[in-house]
Design a protein around this ligand. Structure first.
Ligand code: GLY
Ligand code: MN
Ligand code: MN
Length: 433
């Protein structure tokens, strides 16, 4: 679509983010802020070896906020947005100049130029050489003219906190001369409601993950090692165009199924084991998060089936309650009440609730535990997981069922429903045609 070096990025399986979405996202952020200067730093290349340059980064991944606002996969870059009440907003991108020697090793990259303009929709694209001085001068002049504060991610893990600290701390007077705001809550509330392009990416990530779950059900056999099942899942991810896992795959059999984030995949399955498979493909910077629990033999025992059914019905009670206006806290209460009321005699000594040892839900998007305030009432376009579980190490039984749910105007759409969920459907797929 774009000639020249931009093809390197536009050719990623997900393709570029349509410019009109990027423009809308930036405008919505600036509208929310009213006034001020926003500074977002891209991710940087990591060198996997001591020698260099050029660095070899075998799996560069752009910073989520930078990608959300620019659609660019350039490292070493800055995005500066200036919101004003009484004048047009301003957008500036600083991108490293292209370097022939580096490109000989790692291929063409985007530099300051027309391709970056076309991909991002930002007209003012500059070289990143000297960017920090420019940004500092800009912040100082805004401060001198008495205009509003500076927004960046406070306390974030990236390596540029020193720059941000210098930006706002005046050494001569030992005081903080500009008003600093944390950008994160503002961006988080934007990212919470997915736009059409985000939903396309998420749906694809989830469809790939569903196919990987189905493949695992087809191949699982007693005696297999957890890593063999993990390999079949991750092979399916890559075969279908996912660029990476959204989080380390969790494939745990027997006792390992009771370890919530077990990701070593070193165990061998025994004939009566349940296997928890909690996995997510990442596609175009969006990740799925789907868990299925299967009997490696292809048949649930009576007790496994009874406990599984309790988890399934608990999950369904929560999914049936999803609608605009309700909160994640409400859903958690509904699920726990269901579990308590329907435990019967399954868990000696009372309700099975004490074996449900984690939260019910989290937001899903660019991060597997995506950004956003959990007190926010659900609204159409939000995506969350619903994932009850029961963990009984004394019986070597761990069960988790996790689906990805899109909030609609009237309720919920289960985006991951293509992965069999009922005991009968799981057994049927495992039996084969
Ligand atoms: N896959 C991690 C989680 O479900 O939270
Ligand atoms: Mn999850
Ligand atoms: Mn999960």
């Amino acid at each position: 679509m774009w000639p020249g070096v931009a093809a390197a990025q536009a050719g990623s399986p997900a393709g570029p983010v349509p410019v009109e979405h990027l423009q809308t996202r930036r405008a919505a952020l600036l509208e929310r802020l009213g006034q001020g200067i926003v500074i977002v730093r891209s991710a940087d290349l990591r060198s996997i070896e001591d020698e260099g340059p050029p660095p070899q980064d075998s799996d560069f991944r752009q910073d989520n906020d930078f990608f959300y606002l620019t659609g660019l996969e350039t490292s070493g870059s800055w995005l500066v947005l200036i919101a004003r009440d009484s004048a047009p907003d301003e957008e500036i991108l600083y991108v490293p100049p292209r370097d022939t020697l580096t490109e000989r090793w790692t291929g063409p990259s985007l530099g300051p130029g027309p391709e970056v303009r076309a991909l991002s929709g930002i007209d003012d694209v500059r070289s990143s050489a000297g960017a920090e001085e420019h940004i500092r001068a800009r912040v100082r002049s805004m401060q001198a003219s008495g205009s509003a504060g500076v927004y960046f991610r406070r306390g974030s893990r990236e390596g540029h906190m020193g720059f941000f600290r210098d930006l706002v701390f005046d050494e001569r007077t030992s005081r903080v001369p500009v008003t600093v705001h944390d950008l994160r809550p503002f961006l988080a509330s934007s990212r919470l409601v997915k736009d059409a392009d985000e939903l396309t990416r998420l749906r694809r990530a989830i469809a790939i993950t569903v196919e990987a779950q189905r493949e695992a059900m087809r191949i699982a056999k007693p005696g297999m090692w957890e890593y063999e099942i993990e390999a079949a899942i991750e092979y399916t991810f890559r075969r279908l165009g996912a660029e990476r896992v959204g989080f380390p795959s969790i494939v745990g059999a027997g006792l390992n199924a009771t370890i919530l984030h077990y990701d070593k995949s070193r165990g061998q399955t025994a004939p009566d084991d349940l296997i928890v498979m909690d996995v997510g493909a990442e596609f175009g910077y969006y990740t799925a998060d789907v868990t299925r629990t299967i009997p490696v033999s292809g048949r649930f025992t009576e007790r496994q089936r009874a406990l599984y059914t309790l988890v399934l019905e608990t999950q369904q009670a929560a999914i049936d309650s999803v609608r605009p206006g309700i909160t994640v806290r409400d859903l958690n209460r509904i699920a726990r009440a269901h579990l308590r009321r329907h435990s019967g005699t399954l868990c000696a000594g009372g309700s099975c609730e004490r074996f449900f040892v984690h939260g019910l839900s989290h937001w899903l998007g660019m991060d597997v535990h995506d950004v956003g305030d959990y007190a926010t009432p659900l609204a159409p376009g939000m995506v969350l997981t619903i994932e009850p579980g029961l963990y009984l190490p004394a019986e070597r039984i761990g069960i988790r069922i996790e689906d990805d749910i899109l909030v609609t105007a009237t309720g919920a759409e289960i985006l991951s429903e293509g992965a069999p969920r009922t005991p009968d459907a799981i057994e049927a797929l495992m039996r084969g045609p």
